[in-house]
Design a protein around this ligand. Structure first.
Ligand code: PMV
Length: 327
C-alpha cells in the first residue's frame, strides 16, 4: 500500500488572502494561478500494519512536531474515507528551498493528498482531490489541476475547488522566482488569513476588488493580452500586501530587497522590458514575463546585488503519481 506523487507549487495571479470559513478553508474570493514546473514536491506514502504510528520526514530538511501532527491529522481524513486503521510512513522532498516564497505547503499537500489516496486505493476524481488538498492548505487545491488554474470560491466544502482554465502549453509565460540571501522567517499564512480578516481596514475592499480583477484577468487570458494581465497581477499583489501591512499586528513580508526589486521592475519596464512582479507571503519576488523576454530579465538580475538564486519556471502539469518511490 505504497504510492508516490509529484505536485508543483503554484504562483497566484489573483491571490487568496482571507477565508470566509476557517475550518473548511473556504476563501473569501476565487483565485487564479500558474503551476511552477521547477518547484516540485515529491511524496511517498506507505500505509502498513508494521507502522505503530504515523511518521513524516523531509529529505534535506527538518520538520517540527506541529507539522508532523498536521500531516497525521490530515492522513486520518483518508483513513476514514478508506475505512482503514493503518498508520503511514510519509517521506517528502522539495526541488526548491522550503521558505522561498513558492508555497511549499501548496505542492506539499497536493502531493500528499494524491499519494495518500492512491496508497489506500481510493480512486478520487481531480475535483475530489482538489477539495481534499484545500482542506490541508488552501492554495494546495490549485496544485492538483494542470497549467493555469482557477480556484472557485464556492460556498460549501463541495463547491470550493480548483479546475484547469488552460493547459500548460496555452501561454508561454515564465515565472522567474528571485530568492534573496539572508531571508527572514515569515509569519505563517494560517494566522495571517484570520488576522487580516479581523483587523485590516482594507480587507473587504480588497476582496471585492479581487473578484473584479479575477473577471478581468480571465478576459486578458482569452486574448493573451500580456500587458493587461501583468498590470492586473501586480495590482492584486499590491492590494493583498496593503491588507497584510494594515493588519494588527502588521504583516510586513517585504524586505528592503523586495522593494528594491519592485523599483527595478518599474525601471526595466520604462526601458521597454515587458516584465511584471508578484509576491506571496514572503520576501522573494516572482517576475512574470513571456518566454522570449526571459533572457533579458535574467541578464538584468545578474547585474542586481543581493540575489541568492533564481528559479525559472514554466507552466506545469498538476499533481501526478509516479513509480519511483522515495523509500
Ligand atoms: O495556502 P495558504 O494558507 O498558505 O495561503 C497562501 C496565500 C498566498 O500564497 C499569499 C496567496 C495565494 O493565493 O497563494
Amino acid at each position: 500500500m505504497k504510492a508516490t506523487a509529484v505536485a508543483p507549487a503554484n504562483i497566484a495571479f489573483i491571490k487568496y488572502w482571507g477565508k470566509k470559513d476557517d475550518l473548511l478553508r473556504l476563501p473569501a474570493n476565487g483565485s487564479i494561478s500558474m503551476n511552477l514546473d521547477k518547484c516540485l514536491t515529491t511524496t511517498t506514502v506507505e500505509f502498513d500494519k508494521k507502522y505503530k504510528k504515523d511518521s513524516f520526514k523531509m529529505i534535506g530538511g527538518k520538520v517540527s512536531i506541529k507539522e508532523c501532527r498536521r500531516v497525521s491529522d490530515y492522513l486520518s481524513r483518508f483513513r476514514m474515507m478508506a475505512k482503514s486503521k493503518l498508520f503511514a510512513k510519509v517521506v517528502s522532498k522539495n526541488s526548491f528551498p522550503r521558505s522561498s516564497g513558492a508555497a511549499s505547503s501548496a505542492s506539499g499537500f497536493a502531493a500528499l493528498s494524491l499519494a495518500a489516496s492512491s496508497a489506500l486505493g481510493l480512486n478520487l476524481s481531480e475535483k475530489e482531490l482538489s477539495i481534499l488538498a484545500r482542506l490541508g492548505s488552501g492554495s494546495a487545491c490549485r496544485s492538483v489541476p494542470s497549467g493555469f488554474v482557477e480556484w472557485l470560491e464556492g460556498d460549501s466544502n463541495n463547491t470550493s475547488y480548483a479546475h484547469s482554465l488552460y493547459p500548460p502549453g496555452y501561454w508561454d509565460l515564465l515565472d522567474i522566482l528571485v530568492i534573496f540571501s539572508g531571508e527572514m522567517k515569515k509569519t505563517t499564512t494560517t494566522e495571517g488569513h484570520k488576522a487580516s480578516r479581523e483587523t485590516s481596514l482594507f480587507y473587504s475592499l480588497r476582496v471585492e476588488k479581487a473578484k473584479e480583477l479575477l473577471g478581468k484577468l480571465k478576459k486578458a487570458f482569452i486574448k493573451k493580452d500580456f500587458e493587461s494581465a501583468g498590470k492586473i497581477i501586480e495590482s492584486d499583489c499590491i492590494n493583498m500586501h496593503s491588507v497584510m501591512m494594515t493588519t494588527t499586528p502588521p504583516l510586513f513580508y517585504w524586505s528592503p530587497k523586495t522593494l528594491g526589486l519592485i523599483k527595478k521592475v518599474y525601471e526595466w519596464r520604462d526601458e521597454g522590458i515587458r516584465v511584471y512582479f508578484t509576491i506571496d507571503a514572503g520576501v522573494n519576488v516572482h517576475l512574470i514575463c513571456k518566454e522570449k523576454t526571459g533572457r533579458e530579465v535574467v541578464k538584468k538580475l545578474e547585474e542586481t546585488a543581493g540575489i541568492e538564486r533564481i528559479i525559472i519556471n514554466k507552466p506545469a502539469v498538476g499533481a501526478q503519481t509516479i513509480n519511483q518511490h522515495l523509500f
